[in-house]
Design a protein around this ligand. Structure first.
Ligand SMILES: [Zn+2]
Length: 487
């Protein structure tokens, strides 16, 4: 891969804001102790610089956590503004020219940034998001959600991991390199990831030139386990649809008509039962399924992490990671039918279910929605009428993680984790915005990294960042920038 930027002239022309600290780039070789090669730092030097910076990074993270930037809560829109300003200020203090932008008046604020590296060096776009999920019931938290609190190995708080630690990991890499950045770095820190990134396509289009990069680092995913790094290389997509079955124009007496006329709920139940075979494999024709990396996900870990009740059988054939990452899955996430409490002796005329279909990387939402619709229409029993209504969709993502940028990342991760190489991880859930980046910048290498681990509890109560693992994330990111320069 040619890692010199075809898009960026290297001169950011007057996009700076009040946050511009005025001292950009300056790649003098004045303080190059610790460099063992142009554009590289030894692992030991990166670690020692990080150790020196850690108290300040920690304080900066705690200050971000204290801002209640809940993008889903209109009453806290001012907090989302404050988190954008605080993020911009942190970057500006490191010599990044920053600007807060939005797709339109009143849209959530995103932070753009640029810090120039050596002429001809690759350009790396660093992504994170500064908004957070609602904290929900404070009573479920063991410490106040917006007061970062250390307990055991973790720092707890809403956003302590997802994704304010992603911002701080980028900041750590900046501070470790100081004004000797080996690459040009750009920043895109959005403020609406937790509400669906609705204006992301508009922002990417409006600022295409300023965001264009050879490599895009999206720090919003997870590692495989504490001590086992990962590059996220696939994500499932999603198709949600509502299915309504009707057997009668109106409710009738169940004693008078039961045995002759089927009620809608039993009819819908039979339809739902056709979606899987007896082993729990999906039985919908026409859906794509692919192979997963050869990764062992021990059953005890799956059980503990999922909360499966004692004795529950895990469903489907194939390896656990295939079933979670690279095959489709369908769940019933809602049902409209009369409540048990107060149920009367009538045949239920209509019933509705929400089907949540996760589609495999390699499939498309158009294909999967058609397959699901055909299945529903051809498997509704007893001539009942059925309506199929698409609710929403999100495309799956499959990254071909081959080439120099991925080699650079794997080497950086392996060094940061003391010899443990990253695995190519799939994610069962969907992060549709990654597809937006792939579409907007088809020639860029997209690296999906992150600070989370299986017990981070992002979006839940007691969200917590594993502090030792976080230091490895920071080391890896700093090493990555050097490795990319050396390609
Ligand atoms: Zn996130």
């Amino acid at each position: 891969m040619d890692v010199t930027s075809p898009h960026d002239s290297g001169h950011d022309s007057g996009h700076d804001s009040g946050h511009d600290s005025g001292h950009d780039s300056g790649h003098d070789s004045g303080h190059d102790s610790g460099r063992d090669d142009a554009g590289t730092l030894s692992v030991a030097e990166v670690r020692s610089r990080l150790a020196a910076e850690m108290p300040r990074l920690r304080a900066d993270l705690e200050a971000l956590v204290a801002i209640e930037s809940v993008s889903a809560d209109p009453a806290r829109a001012g907090e989302v503004e404050r988190s954008a300003e605080a993020t911009a200020a942190l970057l500006a203090a490191e010599g990044v020219r920053t600007e807060i932008v939005r797709a339109h008046e009143g849209a959530p604020p995103a932070v753009l940034g640029l810090k120039q590296g050596p002429v001809g060096a690759p350009t790396v776009l660093l992504y994170a998001h500064h908004d957070v999920q609602p904290e929900n019931d404070h009573a479920e938290w063991d410490s106040p959600p917006y007061v970062a609190t250390e307990r055991g190995e973790r720092l707890y708080g809403r956003g302590a991991a997802d994704d304010k630690a992603g911002i701080i990991a980028h900041l750590a890499a900046l501070r470790i390199w100081g004004d000797d950045l080996p690459v040009t770095v750009k920043f895109f820190i959005e403020g609406e990831e937790e509400v669906g990134s609705h204006t992301l396509p508009a922002l990417l289009a409006a600022h295409q030139d300023r965001l264009a990069a050879d490599v895009i680092v999206i720090a919003d995913s997870a590692n495989f386990d504490v001590g086992v790094p990962a590059l996220t290389t696939s994500l499932r997509g999603m198709v949600r649809a509502d299915v309504e079955v009707r057997t009668l124009t109106h409710a009738v007496h169940s004693g008078m008509w039961g045995g002759l006329v089927p009620d809608a709920l039993m009819t819908l139940s039979r339809l739902i039962a056709t979606l899987h075979d007896d082993a729990g494999n999906l039985a919908i024709a026409g859906l794509y399924a692919g192979p997963a990396a050869d990764v062992d996900y021990p059953e005890a870990r799956l059980r503990a992490e999922s909360g499966a009740v004692e004795g529950l059988q895990l469903i489907g054939d194939g390896t656990a990671v295939e079933r979670l990452w690279t095959r489709p899955a369908l769940s019933i996430t809602g049902l409209d039918a009369p409540q048990v409490e107060g149920a009367s002796n009538t045949l239920v005329p209509a019933a509705r279910a929400r089907l949540s279909l996760r589609i495999a990387p390699g499939d498309t939402t158009d294909n999967a929605a058609d397959a699901l619709r055909r299945h529903v229409e051809s498997h509704t029993p007893w001539g009942a009428s059925v309506t199929f209504t698409l609710v929403d969709t999100g495309e799956a993502t499959r990254i071909d993680a081959q080439g120099p940028a991925y080699d650079a990342a794997r080497a950086a991760f392996t060094a940061a984790w003391d010899g443990t190489a990253p695995i190519d991880m799939g994610v069962g859930g969907s992060i549709p915005f990654i597809a937006e980046f792939l579409d907007a910048f088809p020639s860029a290498a997209v690296l999906v990294t992150g600070v989370e681990d299986p017990d981070t509890r992002a979006h839940g109560a007691n969200e917590g960042l594993h502090l030792a693992e976080f230091e490895r994330v920071c080391v890896a990111e700093a090493l990555l920038l050097g490795n990319l320069a050396a390609e």
